[in-house]
Design a protein around this ligand. Structure first.
Ligand SMILES: NC(=O)c1ccc[n+]([C@@H]2O[C@H](COP(=O)([O-])OP(=O)(O)OC[C@H]3O[C@@H](n4cnc5c(N)ncnc54)[C@H](OP(=O)(O)O)[C@@H]3O)[C@@H](O)[C@H]2O)c1
Length: 253
């Protein structure tokens, strides 16, 4: 069974490659840049913006794990129109696995609206699919929200909540779905703990022995409110194994 991994240079794509390397699958990788460590797998260039290389990427493929995305640049063109174009080339496949994000219809964020549209494209297509929504990856919180202390202070909306998950745990879950076959939308995949951003910042300070302090601020708007209310979490689905603290400690090793 030939499996195509799109977005093979990304955070999820890299985690998928790491795990697939020790498994007995026939894998093809695609993205615009070549992954630094593609393992034993072939890589082909493709661009979801222009459509270049997609025909070659999908050739002889039976399963696709679609880890390509572009939240910040040309998001609609890549995550919605690019996906729509890709799907027209996949009439022959057995299973399209789509990683989505927990709570997207309840969080007013442009990228999440596009993720909803992408899910709808799949649901309305004739392609057998599985959609699985995950919570934010540990690295997303670490690198995006807790990456830039200012004058030794994390100035953050400390009360908002996350249930961050290890990307390796999620990659493992997605690979497990290959054998299960298409199942439509399945249960969410969440991290093991729900914590406030302040609690996560505190862990980071303690684990890394940082001199930083936390200044918690409130923000106006519906996005803040939805994260305050934990719409990006699912307390019934605390499935991932690796905690945020373990993730931080692994980075020190
Ligand atoms: N990050 C999170 O916290 C999180 C949580 C839950 C679910 N997810 C979902 O998981 C999936 C993967 O996210 P990620 O964080 O791994 O993303 P990422 O690190 O930003 O990786 C995005 C990938 O998409 C590729 N890409 C970007 N533009 C492209 C284009 N025009 N044509 C072809 N490929 C393109 C990039 O490769 P090149 O630049 O080399 O082309 C890269 O490999 C997404 O669907 C995301 O919504 C993410």
């Amino acid at each position: 069974m030939k499996i195509l991994i799109t977005g093979s240079t990304g955070v999820l794509g890299t985690a998928l490659i790491n795990q697939l390397t020790s498994l007995n699958y026939d894998v093809k990788l695609t993205s615009r840049r070549k992954p630094e460590t593609p393992g034993q797998f072939d890589w082909v260039y493709s661009d979801l913006f222009s459509g270049d290389g997609l025909d070659e990427a999908v050739k002889n493929v039976e399963v696709v794990i679609h880890a390509a995305t572009s939240p910040l640049k040309n998001a609609r063109r890549i995550d919605v129109s690019g996906l729509e174009n890709l799907l027209t080339k996949l009439e022959h496949i057995k299973h399209f696995i789509y990683p989505s994000i927990v709570g997207i219809e309840e969080i007013p964020f442009k990228y999440y609206k596009l993720k909803c549209e992408a899910e709808d494209l799949l649901k309305n297509s004739s392609i057998p699919y599985t959609i699985v929504r995950a919570t934010q990856f540990h690295g997303f919180v670490d690198h995006l929200l807790l990456s830039k202390p200012l004058f030794k202070r994390y100035i953050i909306p400390g009360s908002i909540k996350f249930q961050s998950v290890d990307v390796g745990d999620f990659a493992n879950h997605l690979i497990g779905l290959i054998e299960k076959g298409p199942q439509g939308r399945v249960d969410d995949f969440g991290g093991p703990e729900i914590m406030s951003l302040s609690e996560m910042a505190n862990l980071k300070i303690n684990v890394n022995n940082e001199p930083n302090k936390i200044v918690s601020i409130a923000l106006p708007g519906k996005l803040y409110k939805s994260l305050l209310n934990g719409k990006n979490t699912n307390n019934m689905r605390q499935i991932g194994r690796v905690t945020f603290e373990e993730y931080l400690r692994q980075k020190l090793d």
